[in-house]
Design a protein around this ligand. Sequence first.
Ligand SMILES: [Zn+2]
Length: 75
Amino acid sequence: MAKIILLVLGLLLAYWILKTYRRRVGRGDARPPAGAGEDMVKCARCGVHLPRSESLTTRGHFYCSPEHQREHRAG
Ligand SMILES: [Zn+2]
């Protein structure tokens, strides 16, 4: 009986180690969730706020879309 309990505990431990290891590997290359901890920037044309990763940047200005990027550069 004790052998079976040890076997089950061993399997659970192996499963737990595998799960923890996989989660750690997955976290390494996973993108941070949108909005959480990400910088918010403001469109220089219309003033809308959006995550930095979704914005377009030209000479320190941020834009929400290629149209606004073009319009703001044109004047
Ligand atoms: Zn805009």
